[in-house]
Design a protein around this ligand. Structure first.
Ligand SMILES: NC(=O)c1ccc[n+]([C@@H]2O[C@H](COP(=O)([O-])OP(=O)(O)OC[C@H]3O[C@@H](n4cnc5c(N)ncnc54)[C@H](OP(=O)(O)O)[C@@H]3O)[C@@H](O)[C@H]2O)c1
Length: 298
């Protein structure tokens, strides 16, 4: 198959590596930065300089491909405001919607969205639950999804994978939470965060393209963990001062995001037969196998 990966950062590069090693597909990857052309060259048959918000560049990149995987995100680890989100996600998906009618050979679109689109939804949240985003960022992601879903046609499938928070090599999560040691946090920290390892994102994206999947999948592991448990465990494991929670449940913990009581279901993922290599965070796996905590995540 001829495949383009649009946005080749943490996930896109790992997916490109996976396919490049398999050598079963012809692969194009893209970057917005000319200085990355050399770095990406070994991962693909072709590297194209591309801003996905530019319809002409996008048409050129996708003209000869049968499948496109969109893994783009505003660059870097900095917090991006809603304008930055719109510029990346909305403008790009508008460009996709504008050019796909001119690309009859493009049969499959796959997009890495986020579980944050569920917004205020509570309880056990599966893919049948309509997104209820109130905040600007998840609303933009929901709008981007809708633009992509509008590209469905009898000859064109659209798969949207709604990811939990990504971790993996180079993005280990315990150090992030350890930095909170000794601090005082608002709320009771009971919001659940769903996680997914980068290897499992790669596996699911490759599967979606190769199976020609059409539809939505929540891509999260088996065991969401509360912000409080994660912070407390991370600090305890590192022998650091615990965090103090002020216990006011009317105020969400900073960075908690999800409403209390929301749990993202991965039942559809399981029903589709996708096996997760990392069904739970290493810090939770360590409870089952105390030796596991000593091993770095792979
Ligand atoms: N990180 C998470 O926890 C998380 C959670 C849920 C969903 N997701 C989604 O998962 C996907 C992959 O995330 P990631 O962590 O791999 O992101 P990442 O490392 O930030 O990589 C995203 C890449 O998108 C490219 N990009 C940015 N603007 C672009 C544009 N206008 N046109 C084309 N490419 C553009 C950038 O490539 P260049 O710099 O080379 O141009 C960047 O490297 C994203 O869609 C993200 O929204 C992530």
């Amino acid at each position: 198959m001829r495949i383009a990966i649009v946005g080749c950062g943490y996930v896109g590069s790992a997916l490109a590596s996976h396919w490049h090693q398999q050598a079963q597909h012809w692969l194009r990857v893209t970057t917005t930065r000319s200085e990355r052309l050399v770095e990406l060259a070994p991962l693909a048959d072709d590297v194209q300089l591309l801003d996905a918000a530019d319809p002409d560049q996008l048409r050129q990149a996708l003209e000869t491909t049968e499948a496109a995987v969109f893994c783009l995100a505003p660059g870097g680890s900095r917090q991006v405001d809603a304008d930055g989100y719109e510029a990346t996600y909305l403008r790009s998906m508008e460009a996709v919607a504008a050019v796909v009618p001119q690309l009859p050979g493009l049969h499959q679109l796959v997009y890495t969205s986020s579980c944050s689109v569920y917004g205020e939804a509570t309880g056990l949240v599966d893919e049948t639950m309509p997104p209820q985003p109130l905040e600007p960022h998840p609303r933009i992601l929901r709008d981007a999804e809708e633009l992509l879903l509008g590209c469905r046609a009898p000859h064109r499938r659209v798969a949207i994978l709604r990811l939990g928070a990504i971790y993996g090599p180079g993005r280990e999560l315990e150090p992030r939470f350890r930095s909170l040691a000794g601090s005082r946090r608002q709320g009771d920290g009971s919001s659940l965060i769903s996680w997914i390892h980068r290897d499992d994102v790669v596996m699911a994206l490759a599967w979606a393209v190769e199976q020609g999947f059409d539809g939505l999948i929540n891509l999260v592991d088996d065991e969401p963990i509360s912000v409080r448990e994660l912070v407390d465990r991370s600090c305890r494991a590192a022998g650091l001062e615990p965090v103090t929670w002020d216990g006011d449940i009317t105020r969400p913990a900073e960075g908690a995001g999800a409403p209390t009581g929301r749990r993202i279901s991965n039942r559809r993922l399981r029903e589709l037969g996708l096996e997760l290599q990392h069904p739970r965070l290493p810090i939770l796996a360590a409870l089952l196998d105390p030796g596991a905590e000593l091993q770095p995540p792979s």
